[in-house]
Design a protein around this ligand. Structure first.
Ligand SMILES: [Mg+2]
Length: 252
């Protein structure tokens, strides 16, 4: 892995699309969630206007922009409202993509989660370490103060499912299938792109499959994911900010 500072113009010659993870890349890490009884409060992070302007600039340079997140569509639409005319939103870990008002569904997880959901709900109800279930359509996301063994145990009883713990929440997913890579493969089809045309940037364990599916993976946290280049974690700019500054400079 090379530091981003070593990226040169020829590294961008085949790139037609840039795919951004959201948390820890375009906004600081951490979603605030609070659940009291049946009331869930989510604190939506906003994308800084600087990043919105940078994305607009990338688009003007002829690059397609995809946002790939574990978050739900409603949140991403809210966060990217201003640039929705030209970005595609791949949500819930590659489960579906919204583009210009049309939803492309990449997986059907209904049968996989139908039985397990009430079991997880039940063990979470009185557990003080559970902060809340994030509203999702295709995956299950449970925010917790710390890892919770009983949740992991319930999921491990179904060999087709897996838990991904990211330090603040569990994503419960269909093993090997419901990953951001599924999103990338479908995005490539929708936009008629090859692997080599896609640059991806992500910072967390759930990004590795997506990074592996692209010709130019960028790691925003080299302690968690591998890429061709990495962006140093320290410094005053967000990883996406650093990357966009670099691309815009090289494309001048
Ligand atoms: Mg992230």
């Amino acid at each position: 892995m090379k530091p981003l500072s070593q990226m040169v113009k020829s590294d961008l010659s085949k790139i037609k699309m840039v795919v951004f993870d959201v948390d820890g890349v375009l906004v600081p890490r951490g979603t605030k969630i609070k659940q009291i009884g049946n009331t869930t409060t989510l604190n939506t992070k906003v994308i800084a206007s600087k990043q919105i302007e940078q994305i607009k600039e990338l688009n003007k340079k002829g690059l397609l922009i995809n946002i790939s997140s574990g978050r739900g569509l409603y949140m991403l639409q809210e966060m990217f409202r201003e640039i929705l005319p030209f970005v595609s939103l791949t949500y819930e870990n590659g489960s579906a993509t919204w583009y210009q008002g049309k939803i492309h569904q990449h997986i059907n997880s209904f049968q996989s989660f139908h039985k397990i959901y009430p079991l997880l709900k039940k063990v979470s109800e009185k557990n003080p370490d559970v902060k809340g279930f994030e509203p999702k359509e295709f995956i299950i996301t449970i925010h917790c103060k710390a890892r919770i063994k009983v949740i992991e145990d319930i999921v491990s009883k179904d060999p087709k499912l897996t838990t991904v713990w990211n330090g603040e929440a569990y994503d419960i997913l269909i093993k090997g299938k419901q990953t951001k890579a599924l999103g990338i493969r479908n995005i490539a089809k929708i936009f008629k792109l090859k692997k080599e045309n896609i640059m991806t940037i992500g910072d967390n364990y759930n990004d590795q499959e997506m990074l592996n599916e692209s010709g130019m993976p960028i790691s925003a946290d080299k302690t968690r994911v591998d890429g061709n280049f990495y962006i140093p974690l320290e410094g005053k700019f967000l990883p996406a900010d650093n990357l966009m500054q670099k691309i815009l400079k090289l494309k001048k």
